[in-house]
Design a binder for this molecule. Sequence first.
Ligand SMILES: Nc1ncnc2c1ncn2[C@@H]1O[C@H](COP(=O)(O)OP(=O)(O)OP(=O)(O)O)[C@@H](O)[C@H]1O
Length: 334
Amino acid sequence: MLAIDVQLLQKKFKVQKNREGLAGALRDLFMREYIEVKAVKDISFQIPQGEICGYIGENGAGKSTTIKMLTGILVPTSGRLLVNGYVPFKEREKFVKEIGVVFGQRSQLWWDIGVIESFQLLRKVYKVPEVDFQNRLNELVERLQLGDLLNRPVRKLSLGQRMRCELVASLLHNPSILFLDEPTIGLDIVVKTEIRDFLKQMNREHGTTILLTTHDLQDIEALCSRVIMLDDGKIIYDGGLEQLKANWSKGREVLFQFADHTRLDKLEQLTLGLGVEWTLENDLTAQMWLPHGVNVSDALARVVGAVEIRDIKIFETNTDEIVREIYRSEKVSS
Ligand SMILES: Nc1ncnc2c1ncn2[C@@H]1O[C@H](COP(=O)(O)OP(=O)(O)OP(=O)(O)O)[C@@H](O)[C@H]1O
């Protein structure tokens, strides 16, 4: 069974239009005018069990609206939607036991009571047997090192501490699918890394399926083998991260530091026919640019065999740049 099966899913919102000026406001009083916003436009995708998939796109692309439909908070305008075999907005009680949800910007914990009390309340909401709950809690608390925090009220926690608690809260009932909407937003790099490692481990050990929206492409690089990219409510890319890079990144750069003075024409001679380009930064440093499709080790072998080298650095194209590149070409072609 697929974890997520989405077919031609659509969501329209009716938004009130405000007419201008006093006369407009008066007219609005008597006859409201509405416009329709199509937030999600006939999207289809399938996610098998155990996959970690990144769901990305610019602000307003429709990511949160999709997550809200997938978690049963919003009812789709049209289309078909199955999560673990359930239609999310129907059969709510059974369905919510199968999923965990973290909205980075909103808390599912009670602000003024101790974290552990929030967890206990969630145990009752999800009807988790006490023994299962304790085992699960112990495992999660140890993994995320929450020991000291459990008795503090949520309002006294730092953002990083709160996010770790949010993750525990979403996993206490042992869901097989986890929806994360900006789980690392605003966190420092240490906490981000901790959360990424934790999610990878959950996925590896429990086979948890994860759908993750993020603006942080390092999250995607660290976690996702697959990326779905949304633009203006439509899917513009669905595939592997490697493929995404191969199709869209402009190439790779290799920085060489030589032991002796090396001339540009010699370097060009060495890599003749490969289509690489050289730039000399100074007598001892040169940069080689390789277009996609050129084997890095072939190019390196030619240089390494002929010139004495002190240091080599290979720069991968940043996924941020790739996304910008796709948007640019999308805008050009549409
Ligand atoms: N409840 C709502 N009523 C009216 N319009 C909405 C509502 N929720 C979302 N929209 C509109 O739908 C579009 C998609 O919004 P959505 O929040 O899904 O985007 P997003 O990709 O999650 O953006 P962000 O990265 O900023 O969270 C936007 O144009 C937004 O203004």
